[in-house]
Ligand binder design. Structure first.
Ligand SMILES: Cc1ncc(COP(=O)(O)O)c(C=O)c1O
Length: 344
């Protein structure tokens, strides 16, 4: 029985072309800035985002961490949405390593407005931390892959900048957002001071993330990366697949979005499973299974036994993610298996 792995787009395997690019990559010592393949990837990313520079990092978590370390000092206040990945899933690095204090803004499927940010920023006072940074997440993971429009980003960024705060985007899945709205990633970047994105999710690369921003930001991020042990030597072996990810894998993300809609529609035909279709905007599907009468762990285990792998998502939901390697036949097959599992 073929396993249909819908746990995350992090499970994507590299394409053959990516694997073939590794043994022939031109290499050098990237800590000294001498790896030609890394340099090529970084200038490609900077061009795509319209920034002065870009930097390769080991992971999305590291990309966010070095961005925060670059913008903030210990004790600073960082505004972010209440279920932001940086807050929720990055082991508290924002306080343990950056030394900053998160100020959480409740969002609507992971998004908040300039008005909410305005209300959250306090006037300077001897007793308060220094407000320094605003983080947004696009697409928003716990929101269910929800998309910010460039105008929504601009609205929040204007309030931040008017108060002298910088804006960082956790854009682990920024290309999913851009493809969903058919906008250029530059349309987001022009409102932002920094952005991190992942090569190793929907773009299917084996390893790596990038941060983009202006020259000063990249200089700071390069030091921060070295400090946290992320200075990699012949990192061209990571960058070579990254180049293929950026050139060949962005456009196909729309297939993942079509498959996610197909999956959500299919799941909605199974009695007991409910998906809010308005929330299915990219490659993530959150399915509420309350009405099956099963608890989520039990559902996830039983689904796994019939070869459909999903993640638990809180007390009532399972999370399905579509990605490279999953096609419409797999989607229909997964729905059919789950229908049988639930006895329909
Ligand atoms: C929104 C978001 N940001 C950051 C990350 C962290 O990426 P990594 O797993 O490469 O550290 C993830 C990973 O799932 C994510 O979904």
């Amino acid at each position: 029985m073929r396993r249909i792995d819908l746990r995350s787009d992090t499970f994507t395997l590299p394409t053959k072309e990516m694997l073939d690019s590794i043994p022939t990559a031109d290499l050098g010592d990237d800590v000294e800035g001498e790896d030609p393949t890394v340099n090529q990837l970084q200038s490609m990313a900077a061009d795509m985002f319209g920034t002065e520079g870009a930097l390769l990092a080991a992971s999305g978590t590291m990309g966010n961490l070095i961005s925060l370390l670059t913008h903030c000092r210990r004790g600073d206040e960082i505004f972010m949405e209440a279920q932001a990945h940086i807050y929720y899933y990055e082991l508290g690095g924002v306080s343990a390593l950056v030394g900053a204090i998160p100020n959480l803004i409740p969002g609507d499927r992971g998004k908040f407005t300039g008005e909410q940010l305005e209300a959250a920023i306090r006037s300077p006072d001897l007793h308060y931390p220094v407000p320094r940074l605003v983080c947004i997440e696009n697409t928003h993971n716990r929101g269910g892959g929800t998309v910010w429009t460039p105008a929504e980003v601009g609205d929040v960024a204007k309030v931040a900048h008017d108060h002298g705060l910088k804006v960082h985007c956790d854009g682990a899945r920024i290309f999913n957002a851009a493809v969903a709205l058919d906008v250029d990633v530059k349309e987001y970047m022009r409102h932002l001071d920094s952005l991190s994105f992942c090569l190793s999710k929907g773009l299917s690369c084996p390893v790596g993330s990038m941060v983009v921003g202006d020259k000063d930001f990249i200089a700071g991020a390069t030091r921060a990366r070295k400090m946290v042990g992320g200075g990699m030597r012949q990192a061209g072996i990571i960058a070579a697949p990254g180049i293929i990810g950026l050139t060949k894998m962005v456009g196909r993300l729309k297939e993942d979005h079509i498959n996610a809609k197909r999956l959500a529609e299919g799941l909605n035909t199974i009695p007991g499973i409910n998906v809010d279709m308005d929330a299915v905007q990219t490659n993530i599907v959150l399915a509420d299974i309350t009405e099956t009468g099963w608890d989520v762990d039990y559902f996830v285990n039983r689904a796994c036994k019939i070869g459909v792998q999903v993640f638990e998502f809180g007390a009532t939901k399972a999370r399905f993610v579509t990605h490279y390697g999953i096609d419409s036949v797999d989607i229909d097959d997964a729905v059919a298996r789950l229908r049988r599992l639930l006895g329909h």
